[in-house]
Design a protein. Sequence first.
Length: 177
Amino acid sequence: MIKKAAEFARIAHEGEYRKGSRIPYIYHPMEVALLVAGMTRDRDVIAAAYLHDVLEDTPVTEGELEQAFGPRVLELVRFETEDKALSWRERKEHTICHLADAPPEARMLTLADKLSNMRATARDYLMMGDEVWLRFHEKAKTSHQWYAAGILKALSGMNSFPEYQEMERLYKMVFGA
């Protein structure tokens, strides 16, 4: 199932690149899956890590995802899927609030996704400084700091995980907090 999810995600994200780069997008779901695999051996959660952005960023439908991977994987992917009809702030507030009631598997998925994003941001921040924020739709560094702090607080029960500790270190490096 994990190999199937990796191939499904590769095809779904074909031709996409990470914001502000020429890095093929598939490297992000690959990294998220690797991080999740370090936290659990649950095949559904690892598969969902590969697939976590397909509903949000590709033409893949919920029906296609459920048919290919089942209702549990679909539910995990749904958890990570933002409603693009909402404003940036509304989407991020929803994510932070939703984590309070999230099952542990969904929290692992969120931690891995946000850590992967924070790694990319930290790497680019070291090279570009505050210009890194210009690549995002929401360009205010303070907004990104607020969101990352909210994620860390919402996931604070996972502070024994090395992935959480890395996220916290990168947050302090990027935001000086």
